[in-house]
Design a binder for this molecule. Structure first.
Ligand SMILES: [Fe+2]
Length: 202
């Protein structure tokens, strides 16, 4: 069996605790439990050279664990920034429909676990999106259901529903294949996402 990257394992332990402690929506709780149960089995690892995009300067806004009240968030951030030098930050690869005009220069994504991630697998994904101020992410959909865990603040939307304001420590759940988006105003957003593939799909 593959051995897991040590910093990734430490991060996943912290992510499990943070997602589990912060999620309130029963659908999110069920999804998170499933995801972290799956992650007890290790998949093949990759060791890319970490690369940032210019927008990654906003990571500094999140890098001090002492800024967060919740111990699980402090631990999550500390472990994330131990792992961050290994991450390959990239622009979104899917459609950009509905994105703000500044989108290209104001966002970055990185996959920790999932296709092209530090751990490569299809059944569950764990990643992170960084948005600078005043940016709207594209409307998008995917078969995996998704739970976001937010640091900073932003608006989250599904279909034609009203925007929901989500702030540090809160989660937001997207069911399988629902159209959804997120946006920022004055403050940047660091959103961790945990995806669980629809049964029978992967
Ligand atoms: Fe999504």
């Amino acid at each position: 069996m593959a051995m897991r990257n040590h910093a990734l394992q430490i991060f996943l332990d912290a992510a499990k605790n943070a997602f589990s402690a912060q999620a309130k929506d029963p659908r999110a709780i069920q999804s998170i439990n499933h995801i972290f149960a799956k992650l007890t089995l290790v998949a093949p690892q990759s060791t890319p050279n970490g690369t940032q995009l210019p927008i990654c300067r906003y990571l500094e806004d999140f890098s001090n664990p002492a800024k967060f009240d919740e111990p699980v968030l402090r631990k999550l951030i500390a472990c994330f920034f131990e792992l961050e030098p290994q991450l390959v930050w990239h622009q979104r690869e899917g459609n950009w429909d509905g994105a703000s005009e500044n989108f290209a220069d104001t966002h970055a994504n990185a996959v920790l676990v999932g296709p092209k991630g530090l751990e490569q697998r299809e059944d569950v994904w764990l990643g992170v999106s960084l948005l600078g101020p005043n940016v709207q992410y594209p409307d998008h959909r995917h078969t995996p259901e998704e739970t976001y865990l937010v640091l900073g603040e932003g608006g989250f939307c599904q279909g034609h529903n009203d925007w929901v304001h989500v702030t540090t420590g809160e989660t937001f759940f997207n069911p399988y294949n629902i159209i959804h988006s997120m946006r920022t105003q004055a403050r940047p957003l660091l959103a961790f996402w945990a995806l669980k593939e629809k049964p029978g799909t992967a």
